[in-house]
Design a protein around this ligand. Structure first.
Ligand code: KIV
Length: 245
């Protein structure tokens, strides 16, 4: 899986072999330039989800339930879920489990495929005191295993495991019947996800250990823009073939 937030990239992903697209609330950081994901709202997630659904109608699209949208009440969560499913999501991702087990169960029982998200939960960044690996040590690891099993029992169809030790991710993956999707969780999850802009090398200031760049996007894009700028300033663009007579 990869993340996507807009129509243009969704059209490209539609031509790729990736199995699924996550309209992640990482849009808050990647698209809106915020320090974390907390500013994302249901309305912003609706706009991004709709754009991706238009661009990649044949792909499996998961949208993130944004910060607090599933914590106020089951009714409020179901309203938010209805908006995101109506925007074209096929499934919704919900971070964590403690205190919103009822929401996860209601969503799953209502025909909404629910993807869980354990380990580093970016919506809890302030509670954690930063973006760090989670689940190190026996007790924290046992707690994540317990939560993963509980998510499966509540009806989740899959779980993202973010930034946990690879051994722990392997143990969770073998303990569950549903697939795990890893990011910073080693190679033995059932699948992997990366933020599209990270794998394309678009952000030269951000190099988390787990995010391999598969393209030098920043260099390539800057070089294309430099070529355009030089051509305009040299008077070689537009040419007569690029002009109307
Ligand atoms: O919002 C997001 O991009 C995510 C992925 C990191 C899994 O939740």
């Amino acid at each position: 899986m990869v993340t996507c937030y807009d129509y243009t990239f969704a059209r490209l992903l539609a031509q790729s072999a990736v199995d699924g697209i996550l309209v992640g609330d990482s849009a808050g950081m990647v698209i809106h330039g915020r320090a974390n994901t907390l500013s994302m709202t249901v309305e912003l997630m609706r706009i991004h989800t709709e754009a991706v659904a238009h661009g990649a109608p044949g792909k499996f699209i998961v949208a993130d339930m944004p910060f607090l949208s599933f914590r106020k009440s089951v009714d409020a969560a179901m309203d938010a879920a209805a908006i995101l499913m109506g925007a074209g999501a096929h499934a919704l991702k919900v971070e964590g489990i403690l205190g919103h087990e009822d929401v996860i169960a209601r969503m799953a029982q209502s025909g909404i495929p629910v993807m869980g998200h354990l380990g580093m939960q970016p919506q809890s960044v302030h509670a954690y005191g930063g973006f760090h690996v989670r689940g190190k040590g026996d007790e924290p690891a046992r707690e994540i295993i317990h939560q993963a099993k509980a998510l499966e029992e509540l009806g989740a169809f899959s779980i993202v495991l973010e930034c946990i030790p690879a051994d722990l991710a392997r143990e969770i993956t073998s303990a569950l019947h549903i697939p795990t999707i890893g990011i910073g969780a080693g190679a033995e999850c059932d699948g992997q996800i990366l933020v599209l802009q990270d794998l394309l090398g678009m952000n030269t200031d951000f190099h988390p250990k787990f995010a391999r760049t598969f393209f030098d996007g920043a260099d390539q894009i800057l070089s294309a823009i430099a070529n355009y700028d030089s051509a305009v300033k040299a008077g070689t663009f537009p040419s007569s073939r690029e002009s109307y007579s």
